[in-house]
Design a protein around this ligand. Structure first.
Ligand code: NAD
Ligand code: MG
Length: 380
């Protein structure tokens, strides 16, 4: 039996991971971690019987202890809880389905403990990819992509490992505001931004998809995962989200993975790699689909994507400044404190203000995050 632990079990990726576990029936869940949704956590504990559970919020952790007093589950809180879940000896794979660069320390702890990583938490790779990828190699652990685009690329590389990648074609839906002008984006609301045309996801990544910052994060994620030059990653808007991404080889052949917009497929692929398993749900019907269309991304309107390329070109701790600024800006937008177009404005300002560090340590990455938060506070 495969044994896994999940960081972020109550979220969009976390619950779909547990859907896969339920459907397949041959994975055991050693540990779970989540932020504060203890009602759902309690259900998950009763269904999947993890030995260890971490709740970020200390008070909620205490409440959960009382609710599960009849069970033999250990409950921890805070960063210590996340680190314990990440390193639990029973698990072979850690699914990182937590949001944000908070995932850095637990992901590193898991790699050092020899766990394979089923990676959804792209913010960790964006900010600490230069530390994580070599560390994974040293510890002989695999980083298995869960992000649908990266899973598609991973699948398109099957049996081609010795062949050089000419180009990665990273597809994008374009989000809910595709085709809009900056003028039209001035007054869009949180509700508008949360209406993604194709995917149902957590709130933060849904806003990131509306700004195209998500695609920027994914460009950086692809660079670390597949060790290519930035100039080899081309974003292609494909509004139907049928092609999940493609790899072009030196001879011009392009290999792609296509399917419905169902995150359970990349999650399951990461958990069982290199095997495929049956999966319930709708299948792609080309007769119904009719057409697949393509566009160039509008980086003048959606500055977040252009800024991501710039952040990665500058390297060092600039991607951290980009990401930290975005995390705080999105939280403020969701809280109705700033307007939509202020998100890329804040990112750009934090990148300019960033104190450059060439090869940042974890401490320096976290310092850069703090500095970005301090810079934003009071200005927006
Ligand atoms: P979500 O908001 O739905 O879920 C986040 C999870 O993290 C929840 O379980 C929450 O409790 C937990 N969490 C938040 N703060 C925490 C804390 N301080 N301590 C412990 N747990 C905490 O988010 P999501 O959409 O599932 O996204 C998770 C990650 O996966 C993100 O990095 C996102 O970019 C990536 N991703 C998501 C999708 C998707 O379809 N949802 C697709 C690709 C990549
Ligand atoms: Mg994606």
């Amino acid at each position: 039996m495969k044994k896994i632990a999940i960081l972020g079990s109550t979220g969009s990726i976390g619950t779909q991971t547990l859907d896969v576990v339920r459907e397949q029936g041959d994975i055991s869940v050693a540990a779970l971690a989540a932020g504060s949704n203890i009602a759902l956590l309690e259900q998950q504990i009763r269904e999947f019987h993890p030995r260890l559970v971490a709740v970020w919020d200390k008070k909620k952790a205490e409440e959960l202890k009382i609710k599960t007093a009849d069970l033999s589950v250990e409950i921890l809180d805070g960063m210590d809880g996340l680190l314990a879940v990440a390193q639990i000896p029973e698990a072979e794979i850690l699914v990182t389905a937590i949001v944000g660069m908070l995932g850095i320390r637990p992901t590193i702890a898991a790699i050092r403990a020899g766990k394979d990583i089923a990676l959804a938490n792209k913010e960790t790779l964006v900010t600490a990819g230069h530390l994580i990828m070599p560390m994974a190699e040293e510890n002989h652990v695999s980083i298995l992509p869960v992000d649908s685009e990266h899973s598609a690329i991973f699948q398109s590389l099957n049996g081609e490992r010795h062949n050089k990648i000419h180009k990665i074609l990273l597809t994008a839906s374009g989000g809910p505001f595709r085709g809009k002008t900056r003028e039209e984006l001035k007054d869009v609301t949180v509700e508008d931004a949360l209406k993604h045309p194709n995917w149902s996801m957590g709130r933060k990544i849904t806003v990131d998809s509306a700004t195209l910052v998500n695609k920027g994060l994914e460009v950086m994620e692809a660079k670390w995962l597949f060790d290519v030059e930035l100039s080899q990653i081309q974003v292609v808007v494909q509004p139907q989200s049928v092609i999940h991404s493609m790899v072009e080889y030196e001879d011009g052949a392009i290999i792609a993975e296509l399917g419905t917009a169902d995150m359970r497929l990349p999650i399951q692929y990461a958990l069982y790699y290199p095997d495929r398993r049956p999966l319930s749900g709708e299948r792609l019907d080309f007769y119904k689909l009719g057409q697949i269309t393509f566009e160039r991304p509008d980086t003048d309107t959606f500055r977040g994507l252009a800024l991501a390329y710039r952040a990665m070109e500058q390297g060092g701790n600039v991607p951290t400044a980009f990401n930290a600024a975005n995390e705080r800006a999105v939280a403020k937008f969701l809280n109705h404190e700033i307007r939509f177009l202020e998100i890329p404005e804040i990112i750009g300002a934090c990148m300019e203000h960033c104190n450059y560090v060439k090869n940042p340590s974890v401490e320096e990455i976290l310092d850069t995050e703090r500095a970005a938060y301090e810079y934003i506070e009071g200005r927006w």
